[in-house]
Unconditional design. Structure first.
Length: 329
């Protein structure tokens, strides 16, 4: 070994790897595992080309996915609409968080990756959104017009024979476009509806004067089903200002109708007045705030509750008629 020259390809004998001994005793370091959320975030941040209006554009997977969800929601997809509402709700609750944190951690990681997404139990009408600083406002001193919405399902049985009415004030100039002024719900036989209907129009005139409605009372909108058809005929015969609710709106399912108007509630375009908020009525031997109970307890996809929903229907119809189009959007 005296002639051994150290150089390129000839390391010093003392520093050579010994036979049978690994040069990396600790082994290859383990690859650090990334969380599911981090993995999804990387995928969402990946840009992709897409065609729009004949032009090729570039956007991230996240932007395209969100656009698709919103487009589906606008097109009437109930699941997409519920998903959008939940994203918005989480965004408001995490106002100090980044968009990525909200979308990845609170949306994709918890919802989008679920094997089955269950929308039952989602509350759409929050009391907080229907009040002003947690208090109901007073009756307006000025408004554009007042109107009523009637839903009646009078039958021979007692399971669902309610006749419900909700009174609204609409004012697109004021701070709140739609105010709920008053409501009522009762059990009444079909033969007695003829004496009940004039009371609704009398109440409308009272509210029009109290709210100094510029156009006065514009009448009642009635669901043209069950005993509602009788009410419409009676109103026509007496020349009362009543009209049928557009069939496009009444043909919607309850969930779809509620989802379609929930955006107006979320944007705080609808409020209870103190009179509607505080009112208690005895109905089916129960003294309760039935309007609040029905509206605030509504859950999408809840087919097992079997609860009353006639006032809920008037609530949704009223919002759609005052703030939406004939389809309720």
């Amino acid at each position: 070994m005296s002639n051994y020259k150290v150089g390129y390809g000839n390391p010093p004998v003392a520093s050579r790897f010994r036979a049978g001994v690994s040069g990396n005793a600790k082994g290859r370091p383990k690859r650090e595992e990334s969380s599911v959320a981090e993995h999804i975030k990387r995928l969402l941040d990946t840009p992709i080309e897409y065609r729009e209006g004949g032009r090729i554009k570039v956007a991230t997977h996240r932007e395209i996915a969100l656009r698709k969800v919103v487009d589906n929601a606008v097109s009437g997809d109930l699941g997409a609409a519920a998903l959008v509402l939940r994203i918005v709700g989480r965004a408001e609750r995490h106002s100090g968080s980044s968009v990525d944190h909200i979308l990845v951690k609170n949306f994709y990681a918890q919802e989008y990756l679920a094997e089955f997404v269950d929308w039952s139990g989602v509350a759409f009408f929050s009391r907080e959104k229907l009040l002003v600083d947690n208090q109901p406002p007073s009756l307006p001193t000025r408004c554009e017009a007042v109107f009523a919405v009637i839903d009646t399902a009078s039958k021979t049985g007692t399971d669902n024979d309610a006749t419900a009415v909700t009174f609204f004030a609409v004012d697109h100039i004021g701070r709140t476009p739609l105010l709920i002024l008053d409501w009522d719900i009762t059990q009444i036989e079909g033969a007695l509806l003829e004496t009940w209907l004039p009371q609704v129009f009398a109440r409308l005139e009272e509210l029009a004067r109290a709210c100094r409605a510029r156009r006065g009372s514009i009448g009642a909108f009635i669901e043209d089903k069950n005993s509602g058809t009788i009410l419409l005929q009676q109103a026509l015969r007496r020349q009362m200002p009543a009209r049928a609710i557009d069939s496009k709106l009444t043909a919607m399912g309850k969930d779809e109708r509620a989802i379609s108007v929930s955006g107006y509630v979320h944007r705080e375009s609808v409020k209870y007045t103190d009179r509607a908020f505080e009112k208690t009525v005895i109905y089916k031997r129960r003294s309760r705030k039935h309007l609040l109970d029905q509206v605030e307890s509504f859950r999408v996809g809840d087919r097992e509750s079997g609860g009353e929903d006639d006032l809920l229907d008037t609530f949704c119809y009223g919002i759609a008629l005052a703030l939406g189009n004939s389809e309720g959007f």
